[in-house]
Write a protein that binds this ligand. Structure first.
Ligand SMILES: C[S@@+](CC[C@H](N)C(=O)[O-])C[C@H]1O[C@@H](n2cnc3c(N)ncnc32)[C@H](O)[C@@H]1O
Length: 164
């Protein structure tokens, strides 16, 4: 089964990273999580905090720290379909989206989301529909959970649970 990868651009909170790590491992559909750690959340005891918030799920093998998201996206042009996750109707709707091999979901930080330059450096944009409060957004870890749920649904649909 082809898996997807995540690029987290400057996440702020180790608790949300812990939740993302746990969901990624449990869902079994994430190959690698790249993190531009511009806010240095991996310093001090943050690795322990991530371990705690993911309830011991993280062994950090799938996590790769990168320096600069724009450079990373440029270098990986052709290696990944680079998908900026954004809020709003201009982006492709997750309800109609078909995951492919070598997808990279690019996710913004918890307050400001993705920088325009990062969005422009991606191949496409993708949004999760919001029914209420359409000008606000989901939390980063809730958004990741929904993206991964849809990936699981497409990857495992029709396969009996015992065979997965
Ligand atoms: C808490 S949101 C911050 C959004 C920011 N205030 C904005 O307007 O772009 C953090 C990240 O979660 C993801 N996210 C949240 N809601 C989303 C949605 N409805 N569709 C796609 N991604 C979403 C995006 O990656 C976003 O950058």
């Amino acid at each position: 089964m082809n898996k997807l990868s995540l690029l987290l651009v400057g996440p702020r909170y180790s608790h949300s990273l812990g939740e993302i790590v746990r969901t990624s491992i449990a869902a079994g559909v994430v190959e690698r999580t790249y993190i531009e750690d511009s806010r240095k959340i991996f310093q001090d005891d943050h690795e322990n905090q991530i371990q705690r918030f993911s309830a011991g799920y993280s062994d950090f093998r799938e996590i790769v720290l990168i320096k600069d998201s724009l450079e990373f996206l440029d270098v990986n042009k052709g290696n990944y379909r680079r998908i900026a996750t954004v809020i709003g109707p201009a982006a492709e709707n997750l309800f109609e989206f078909k995951y492919m091999e070598n997808d990279l979901l690019v996710l913004g930080e918890e307050r400001k989301g993705l920088d325009d330059k990062v969005i422009a450096a991606c191949d496409t944009t993708l949004t999760i529909p919001q029914v209420v409060n359409k000008y606000k957004c989901y939390t980063l870890c809730s958004a990741v959970a929904m993206f991964l749920y849809e990936k699981m649904r497409q990857a495992y649909e029709g396969i009996p649970h015992s065979m997965q």
